[in-house]
Structures are given as structure tokens and as C-alpha cells.
Ligand binder design. Sequence first.
Ligand code: SAH
Length: 393
Amino acid sequence: MKTITLRAGKERSLLRRHPWVFQGSIAKGSADAGETVRVASHDGQFLAWAAFSPSSMIRVRAWSFDEAERIDEAFFQRRLERAVALRARLGIQSDGVRLVHGEADGLPGLIVDRYGDTLSAQFLAAGTERWREVIARQLCAITGLGRLYERSDSGVRGLEGLAPRTGWLHGEGATELSITEHGWQLGLDVALGHKTGYYLDQRDNRHRFAQLVRQLGAKTVLNCYSYTGGFSVAALAGGATQVTSVDSSGPALEQARQNVRRNGFDDAACVFADADVNQYLRQQLKEGASFDAIVLDPPKFAPSAAHAERASRAYKDINRLALKLLAPGGLLLTFSCSGGIGAELFHKIVAGAGLDAGVNAVILQRLEGACDHPTTIEFPEGEYLKGLALLKL
Ligand code: SAH
């Protein structure tokens, strides 16, 4: 077993069970991609068993802080069983569930979503790449499912020196599936959709949106960055009569239209606009439009804290436009999924947008990702999705 020795003082974060070690913290030692290494402090004390990643800035990702634990097939079986068992206890109102959420489940670099009878997985770091076949086999055995699609085509694999890879790892057949979320039928495609196919992290917020639309009697709804129309279906389920979905992806909008139809709503009463949201909002303002409820769920504007400033301006801009477009008494659900923008900063950005728009609003509720996307208490970077439900006065 190779040892990676840290520089003096650099043991602190592993001692606090933060699972990453950056390149600059390492004094000596090297290993192959994904190889299990013993990480030690400058004076040789055991800190963690970890996966080595020779080309990543995050050079080491911890598997275990327990010196007695062995990183073998049984280790992965224990971690995967724990992750799957946790979800079974959460009472999730859907058959679309995140089963493994990376670091939070003690499996850095592994994402696994279940869509009905199919698993969709991303192997995002050298460590999980090395154990990929073992993990895939165990996932099928633990869940009793025979189909696992691999979506290892995320850009972050490039940082690990890994090429993209997609396709069936177990089983075969159609990649078009549907899940039932809060009783709604939602179609998705594990091969062609974003990420693993769908955004499960917004499940609870889609449900909450349907409730708020109903309570507030919102009829006209603008769903910005709609993807496949999850919030649009929620709006219709909440009694909205005119729902506009805006996205820059044509295939996502086509799926959104099908999802509206699938749930028995009239797609003729809906608009599906293939457009840039910022431009669309400006155009609507120019035309004097207004909406009873608006959702803003943009992609990650700030992948890291280094991008926070530019991203802040982009968030502020769309929030300012949306607040202007809202009818008095209207509802805004606004989100950021940028790891580099904390909840407090996001709140400040939205407050600034309100000032610039000359709009008063109250916070009805703070929103976050669904509970099958947990965060460990030691790893704040895991907390990425934050949102606000605002009511315009
Ligand atoms: N709210 C969705 C998830 C949104 S993901 C849900 O509940 O499922 C973000 C979406 O923004 C993606 O579908 C992407 O295609 C879209 N997007 C990215 N940049 C955009 C832009 N400038 N204008 C419009 N849509 C954009």
C-alpha cells in the first residue's frame, strides 16, 4: 500500500472528516489513477484511506477515516447498502430517487439515480472509475434492478484525466422512461437527458410550487429554465391555466410538451419557448406582459467561488427582470445551484434585484434540495441548491 504524506499542518481538514486533499497539501508520495492509498500526516500518523487522482487538483478523496477498514469489494457493498437503505426510510413520493449522492454517502465521485426500474450512474473521479464494475454489479444486486445506464459524460471527468463514457453497463433496451413524482407522470431519457436524465433535487420544490400556485390562485405562470417542464406540470396541477416554459434546449421543450399532455393537460393552452431566458424576460417586459407566478431555475452560473462575482451579476439581472414582470401579489420561486454562491449571498443578490426593480417582496419560504441529496455535516461544499419563495407586495 502506497502512502501519501501531507505537509505539516495540512492534516487538519482530514481530521475534521473533510474528504478532499488538494495537490498543494501533499509533501510526498504518488500512485496510479484511482489506486487506494494510505494518507498520513507529516509525522506518519494515519489520517485516511483514499483514492489517488494524479491529474486532478483534488489529488486525494477519502474513502474512510477508520484505519481498521479495508477498501475492498465488501467496503463498497457496505456503503452502497447504507445509501440505498437510507432512501428507503425517507418516504419519498416518487420512483425517481437519488440513491447515491457522492461525498454525502461516503462515495466521492459517484452519483446514482433510480428512475423506475432503471439506474443511471455517473462515475466522476479516478477512484470510482477504478471500482466501476464492482460498484455497478453491486448496485444491481442491492436494488434488484437489471438495468444500469452509465452517464459518465460530465465535464468534471476531464479534470480527472478521464474520457467521457456512456452506455448500458447492465441490461439494455429503451432509454426513454417515465417516473411518477407526486402522482405526476414525467418522461425522461437517460441517454439524451441532462446529467443522469432528470433533476431530482427539485422534487420537493415542484410539489411546493403546485401548492402555492393553488393557494394563491395563480393562473398565468412563467417557468424559466424549464428543462422538461417539471415546474410547468406542477403549475398546471396547481390550477394554472396559462403556462409558459422557456428553455434553450429544443429537445427538453419537446419533452416538456409531452409531459404536459401525459398528465391530461391541454398543451394548446401552453407556450413552449425556445429562447435565452434573459432575452425572453426583456422582451416580455417590453411587451408589457405580466405573470402571477414565475420560476427561475438557471444552470450553475458559478461553478466555484472564483466565478461568484460575475455569476452574482447574472443572477441579479434575471431576478430583477422577473420581479418586474410579476403581477402585484405574484409568486417568485428563485434558485441557484452554484456551489460558489452560498445561501446568504444568494439572498443578498435577490434583495439587490428587488431594490433595482423598485419592488417590495417578502420571503414566504427558504428552499433547498430534496432529502435524497443530503449533505454531510463536515462537507459544506455538498450543499449547492438554495432558493427563495417570494411574494411581491
Ligand atoms: N427546473 C428544471 C431544471 C432546470 S436545469 C426542472 O425542474 O427539471 C437548467 C435548464 O436551463 C436546462 O434545461 C438548460 O437547457 C437551460 N438553460 C441553460 N442556459 C439557458 C439560457 N441562457 N436560456 C434558457 N435556458 C437555458
